[in-house]
Design a protein around this ligand. Sequence first.
Ligand code: NAP
Length: 268
Amino acid sequence: MERIRVAVAGAGGRMGREVVKMVLQDDTLELTAAIASSTGPVDAASLVGLPSCGVTVTNDFTAALVNSKPDVLVDFTTPNTVMEHTTLAIQHGVRPVVGTTGFTPEQIEELQAICKEKELGGLIAPNFSIGAILMMRFAQQAAKYFPDLEIIEYHGDQKLDAPSGTAVKTAELVAQVRAEHKQGNPNEEEKIEGARGGYYNGFRIHSVRLPGIFAQQEVIFGGNGQTLRIRHDSYERAGYMPGVNVAIKKVMQLDQLIYGFEHILDQE
Ligand code: NAP
């Protein structure tokens, strides 16, 4: 069976290195190019402590695409560069698998239009964690039967935004199926401001920020005489790789650009 040829942009970054490692360790994938802006022309395998693979890291994105003829481009770079990378990839008939965040809805529509015209598969996914996506799905299912809930999310203390994007997305999914009502005692009084967390559609979201934590979330449902807890724990970036691996294989069968990894799971 022919291996899927993969180029990785952002190969020197935290996510990009994990992708290089995952590709090199999967016999059905072949690393054809590794693009990084500041590692210098080293062997890509040296970035992840593996034996030499014969692919020299380059900072010339277009030359890498044209010369190495990949089937798929995996991009974990920066919001400034990802639009240009993805457009160039599609123009060269290379299927994009993009984890870089920061696209505007208009940019996604534009890229979807070019892919449609070329009947080219691709995926842009703000979250490749299969566990996190299932946790959100299960929470949405549970909210139909347990309309009283609270979300607690835990991240490292350097995270800038609160609540996390995953918590907001979970809240939106829950709100789609739960009749809006304000939970708790109507006369409740906060003795310390913020003690009850952020308010969303009648329920609360709490953001814990501590050193040592990577990314975790718990959705607690309370009903008559019972509680249900749905929890997902991420410990390191490697946790995103099974999702990226599935995506690389899936886009080979697609003829359109999909936004959101959950839609890939629907097709499994
Ligand atoms: P990071 O460690 O800062 O890596 C970004 C890398 O991109 C850096 O090594 C940077 O190289 C490189 N880069 C920037 N411009 C480039 C260019 N023109 N050509 C080649 N490489 C270029 O960040 P990260 O933690 O890996 O995250 C990367 C992106 O993935 C972010 O947008 C983040 O939000 C997103 N992310 C997504 C998921 C998901 O599940 N979808 C999960 C985690 C993170 P230099 O340092 O040399 O400039």
